[in-house]
Design a protein around this ligand. Structure first.
Ligand code: SF4
Length: 179
């Protein structure tokens, strides 16, 4: 059987991510500090989605879900800014990263039954059903690295993939767990 990580790496390249690296799940440490960052709610998604804290579960719950997998890919989208206030470039890179993930999700959903998508807060539905009704598409839900409890820079470092690509660059990072 062909190696799933190699297959999905090729698919991810076609989806348009700028950098891809292999992710070993046993390197991932979930940290309470990441959760505390979520609770500040700078992103505005805390308590608004099944895919974010507190609905995505405790760190122990998340750890148990991640440990079902051994390997995956780190997926990055890097954009160039004119300066650190170039919000247009930041938003554009974020949007492109989300679009790459949407394409990846659809392609993986066609061919692979059991993948765990960590592409940021789930955007499957116009409005998440949380907390009034169950998740509509649990097999397609995406989670955020921070929401699961990961310190993104640490995960990159522990898997030998850069987190920072130089002055006036912005990088959005996600992952997919595969086997
Ligand atoms: S699939 Fe829909 S209901 Fe489920 S987490 Fe995503 S946005 Fe919410």
């Amino acid at each position: 059987m062909a190696d799933i990580v190699g297959e999905v790496w090729r698919i991810a390249e076609e989806c348009g991510f700028s950098h891809i690296g292999e992710l070993m799940v046993d390197t991932i440490k979930l940290r309470i500090e990441a959760r505390q960052g979520c609770e500040v709610n700078k992103c505005g998604h805390y308590g608004k989605s099944w895919s974010c804290p507190p609905a995505c579960g405790t760190l122990e719950d998340c750890d148990a879900r991640l440990r079902k997998y051994k390997r995956g890919l780190l997926l990055q989208s890097t954009g160039q800014m004119e300066d650190s206030f170039d919000y247009e470039a930041i938003e554009g890179t974020s949007r492109k990263h989300g679009e790459c993930f949407d394409i990846l999700r659809n392609r993986l959903h066609e061919n692979y039954r059991d993948v765990f998508l960590i592409g940021g807060v789930c955007r499957q539905c116009g409005k998440c059903s949380y907390p009034d009704a169950p998740c509509r598409f649990p097999e397609k839900t995406s989670y955020s690295m921070e929401g699961l409890g990961m310190i993104v820079s640490e995960v990159c470092k522990d898997n030998n993939i850069p987190y920072y690509y130089g002055p006036n660059t912005i990088t959005f990072i996600g992952a997919v767990l595969l086997d």
